[in-house]
Design a protein around this ligand. Structure first.
Ligand SMILES: Cc1cc2nc3c(=O)[nH]c(=O)nc-3n(C[C@H](O)[C@H](O)[C@H](O)COP(=O)(O)OP(=O)(O)OC[C@H]3O[C@@H](n4cnc5c(N)ncnc54)[C@H](O)[C@@H]3O)c2cc1C
Length: 377
């Protein structure tokens, strides 16, 4: 219903590429993080610009092309690499296409689509995550520049990016009208990576803490009008949450299929464990939850692609997909028993990776707050 023949061809193309050039290295990259060269390879194959206009080096596809990429990354258990690619293609770069000047698109979007420069987005701060309006990073205007000062934390691709989209207060007294977005090249003096952080899952990606210390950014690198940053950020977050939901559901589907096959193969008390009603029903519950949320996710993707702004449904997709992904991974561990707890079986990593989904891009609790607001609560 949502995917054309061209999407299915794209799916097979991406699948073959991942099987050949990514999957064999995933375990190694869990230890070392992925090399930048793989992002370049994604760029060469056109995967970083699937839904971007041809004039900027993209493939000119629709939103479902991006959905296909996200689903295939999840299906191949790409975890941290999948998140890094999604940050690049669906979080840091969409605002440049939507709000950027022609010069900004040439300077920042085109190299990102080619894979020459990895993109990051920095909103979260040590004292402001869910409560983003509490962020303290400032951008003071001075002679054709903005001077950025502040700290950002948990920034995916932060240590390896070519540029970072930074949210800062350009007018600290103006409340929500006082935020602006800035495109900050990594080599700008005053842009420091203070540390990379160790974490529970998503090990193949890097997560950085950044410091902006009298970081002089040309005024031309402000994205959109001054003071419009909050609105732009809220728009960005919708896309971020929706693509996260697509990946979570595809990941849950892959984990379910793995657990089902295992249950058919594993013998206990002289029969496959899948023949025990408790296991069979658990598998059915997993499949049902995935199917229901996937239907909502696809419908919402179609609405987003058609230019609608369905905040309630996007938040529902983000919340439910994250919960389902974690529950399904947990169920899968139970079905695999001791093997499920072992790193050599993929459900252990799937559980660790999926756990982020209930926190990143807005926590479960914040999704519920947003949904409540749409009901006037
Ligand atoms: C691996 C990883 C990668 C990330 N990548 C990026 C990135 O690339 N760029 C970026 O900018 N950020 C990134 N983040 C940050 C992420 O978006 C935040 O962690 C998330 O928004 C939550 O913020 P916080 O960690 O400050 O938690 P807090 O806001 O401190 O929340 C702590 C707890 O309090 C709850 N809480 C807070 N407010 C309320 C409320 N009003 N009602 C009920 N409960 C509430 C939360 O739900 C949570 O349970 C990343 C995070 C991680 C872990």
């Amino acid at each position: 219903m949502y995917f054309s023949d061209a999407h299915q061809e794209l799916r097979l193309h991406i699948r073959r590429f991942l099987e050949r050039e990514v999957v064999p290295h995933l375990e190694e990259w869990e230890q070392t993080t992925f090399p930048d060269s793989i992002i370049k390879r994604f760029g060469e194959l056109g995967f970083l610009g699937l839904r971007y206009p041809i004039e900027y080096g993209g493939q000119g596809g629709d939103y479902f092309s991006a959905v296909v990429l996200s689903e295939e990354m999840a299906r191949a258990h790409c975890g941290g690499l999948g998140m890094a690619v999604a940050v690049h293609t669906e979080m840091a770069t969409p605002p440049v296409l939507r709000f950027g000047t022609e010069e900004q698109k040439r300077r920042f979007l085109v190299p990102a689509i080619r894979g020459d420069e990895i993109a990051a987005i920095a909103m979260t701060e040590p004292d402001a995550g869910s409560d983003l309006a509490g962020m303290r990073t400032t951008a003071r205007r001075e002679a054709g520049h903005y001077i950025l000062n502040g700290r950002k934390i948990f920034i995916t691709n932060g240590a390896r990016c070519g540029w970072c989209l930074v949210v800062a207060r350009s007018d600290p007294a103006a409340g929500h009208q006082g935020f602006s977005l800035f495109l900050v090249p990594r080599d700008t003096p005053g842009f420091h990576v203070t540390r990379t952080l160790k974490k529970l899952g998503m090990h193949s990606s890097d997560t950085a803490e950044l410091l902006f210390e009298d970081c002089r950014v040309p005024a031309d690198f402000r994205l959109g009008p001054e003071g419009e940053g909050w609105k732009e950020l809220m728009w960005e977050l919708q896309g971020e949450r929706l693509i996260a939901a697509c990946g979570q559901i595809a990941g849950a589907q892959a984990v379910f299929e793995y657990a089902m096959q295992y249950a058919k193969d594993r013998i206990a008390f002289g029969q496959p464990i899948a023949s025990f009603q408790v296991i069979k029903h658990r598998l059915v519950d997993m499949a049902n939850r995935i199917a229901a949320v996937r239907a909502l996710v696809y419908e919402t993707c179609a609405r987003w692609d058609a230019g609608e702004y369905p905040v309630r449904e996007i938040s529902q997709c983000k919340l439910l997909s994250a919960q389902v992904a974690v529950e399904v991974a947990d169920d899968a561990i139970q079905i695999l028993g001791g093997h499920g707890y072992m790193s050599e079986f993929p459900v252990e990593r799937a559980w660790r990776d999926a756990r982020l989904a209930r926190i990143g891009a807005g926590t479960d609790e914040i999704m519920k707050e947003i949904i409540a607001k749409t009901y006037g609560l």
